[in-house]
Ligand binder design. Sequence first.
Ligand code: ZN
Length: 327
Amino acid sequence: MAVDISKFDKGFRNHPSFNQIVTEANKSPLLVELINKFPGKIELGEPGSAGYFEPAVDRNGRVAFGGNGVPTAGIINIDKDWVDQISISPNPKYLGQFTTMLAHELGHACEPEGYPKTNYSMPSDDYVNALLKGEGVAILAEYRVARQLHTQMWSSDSSPNGLQAKLDAELATNRCNFADKASEIGANHYASQSPSGVPHLNYKQYYETWYALAYGHSYTSGEIERIDWKKVKPEHIATKPGANREFLNARPLSLKPPVSALQQGQATCVQTSDAQHSSRSAHETYPVMGAQQYLEQKLSQSRDTPWAHPAPSNNASDHPSHVSHEY
Ligand SMILES: [Zn+2]
């Protein structure tokens, strides 16, 4: 079986790196399978647009899931800079990383629980765990493709303590339920990572914030659900010295148009490159505006506050910098 190139949009197919990508993808049976069963288009996105899977939504803004529990349609966006990199640099690592990153997004799109069904009536822990589980499922696809292509995973560094080394060690000792264990390892890995746009939070805290912001809100009732997390920058998240919470700052946040998958809190995963990671100090503070007040109000009203977790470390250097995901 070979890659069905019609799954890629025209911009992709015309890109100078495209033949290299297809040749490489054809060496991984799993990647071929995932590409060919993906029910949407893989699109060449704007430079800086990162990589993410976004499922299609119906007119009520809800994601349609098929009988196999995966979204019935959607797009995968890939940052043009990353595709350019493959043809610009002779270093084969870019091609390897690219293929595993694509496998990661396809894992979200095509594997059961890769894109979790979530809603705000779920307990916050269930909500957060479902999203982290989705990352674990995507990591498993990424790892399998990396093995088939003998390359390094996008989400891992090459250190002996890196994610890939952990998965190798697990595979060496546990072939029976490796898939479950690997996705658990992947979920735990993600829980400790930071989205590139939100370096002061790890993913667990980020998803909790997301939940808290949208808690009890319908998707048409305000702008908070319309935060375009892809455009959130480090300075939009402020820490308050001495406080045991992180605060979200509403004013500079970009808002999406009213109809979007994001409104129903369907967090999607965005991958970004090293260059976009910020090492900005976590101790900087910013004026506190509407969203914080809203969040505070929601938290004081809610007995089961999703924010009742220990404050994250304020040491920015704690945050791994090699990869970031959002949503
Ligand atoms: Zn992901």
